[in-house]
Ligand binder design. Sequence first.
Ligand SMILES: Nc1ncnc2c1ncn2[C@@H]1O[C@H](COP(=O)(O)OP(=O)(O)OP(=O)(O)O)[C@@H](O)[C@H]1O
Length: 462
Amino acid sequence: MRRADRREVGEVTQSPTPDLAVLWEDVITSADFPTRAWLRRTRPVDMHGSTLMLAVGDEPTRERLETKLRPQIEDRLSELFGQPTHLAVMISPELVPDEPAPAPAVPEELPPQPMLPRSKPQEVRLNPRYTFESFVAGSSNRFAHAAAAAVAETPGKSYNPLMIYGPSGLGKTHLLHAIGHYVTSYYENLRVKYVSTEELTNDFINAISNNRTAEFRSSYRDVDVLLVDDIQFLESKIQTQEEFFHTFNTLHNAQKQIVMTSDRPPKLLEALEPRLRSRFEWGLMTDIQPPDLETRIAILRKKVVQQRLTAGTQVLELIASRIPTNIRELEGALTRVAALASLNAQEITEELTQQVLNDLMPEDAAPVDAQTIMAATAGYYGITHDDLTGASRVATIASARQVAMYLCREMTELSLPKIGSKFGGRDHSTVLHAVRKISEKIGVDRDLYNQVTELTNQIKQA
Ligand SMILES: Nc1ncnc2c1ncn2[C@@H]1O[C@H](COP(=O)(O)OP(=O)(O)OP(=O)(O)O)[C@@H](O)[C@H]1O
């Protein structure tokens, strides 16, 4: 059988030349984080003209390379060879991958379901947009990003616990979800639990009142990776602290991974029991700082690509220079700019951006709270505060409620569960739905865009 024929039936009979191996290593190391993990499951076999023959051990990896990764790999290869270079992927039965399939960017792209049996199906509520792939690493967050990546790659073995702290809107939750995505896909048999501290507290209170503490305990202790967001909300909650102390010990003793986020370093969580505070300091603590201008522009650029928008560098610089710290605000500004451009059926120009930014951020604006937003929204739509917090599904009330939730998310530092609690104890997913709905609708409904803009101005001037 000729060598080319052998390749067609998927045998790997030839080791790559040293140069090819070195070159392929270069492609792997220059790839982004999840892509790198996929590429580690491949072997370069040979060059055939301008085509690199690549062997993989299984169908999911072949499909991933063929459908998602091919363009970026071919670009990189072409750069390295100095001429257009193509990729041919084949399955080689005897090439067993060294590593399991890595985390994809979004859930729809997950590799086939786990092959190892689990006692319960994995139900982790993670935002599909918060992956390592969509996270921009810059000088302000590089250490936190690297620590999160290390923990995701080797849960329980690198830094335990990992504590990521810093001010609101800088990507702590994003990293926590990215770890969750990575572990649930990359380690098929590991159980992951993500929870906000408010949910943890509520779960505990419900467990006590329903005599279900044993269930509560097992749901928090029978996991391999526990991700707890906004741990500062444990302050002053003595009983929940006590319970969490034991959960922490159980998991830590069993070398299970714990990752937490907080708005402050543990030593400044003064209303937290000292024994808990000291435990939080056992592993690695890393802060996230507000991003510098370059990183803010890079983040906006990534969002522009994700949302398939067209916005020039000048526009991105304009937004990034006006919003110096909070990345959530940065995203909110981009959403409004994109919405107005879409309504006007025009391109995103500097003038349009300037107009939106002037509306959104008057120079002398003071911080606002949820009460102010709710009062202004109720007044604007001619409804009452009780309508906003109540259960009415009348369209005008439901829509006003969603606008108020959207503005709370955009203009305050409140978390989703906190906003939910202001609106009559609604679930965080209801708030998330409202935020997404209004963000999308202001791009197609001019009346709504104008209402949101007017309301924003009123609130800023209040
Ligand atoms: N480095 C980054 N790259 C891309 N997006 C980012 C980055 N940092 C933050 N974001 C985005 O900014 C928004 C706010 O981030 P996130 O919710 O993770 O902040 P946070 O620090 O957890 O804030 P809070 O303490 O208020 O919960 C999210 O939409 C997130 O995707």
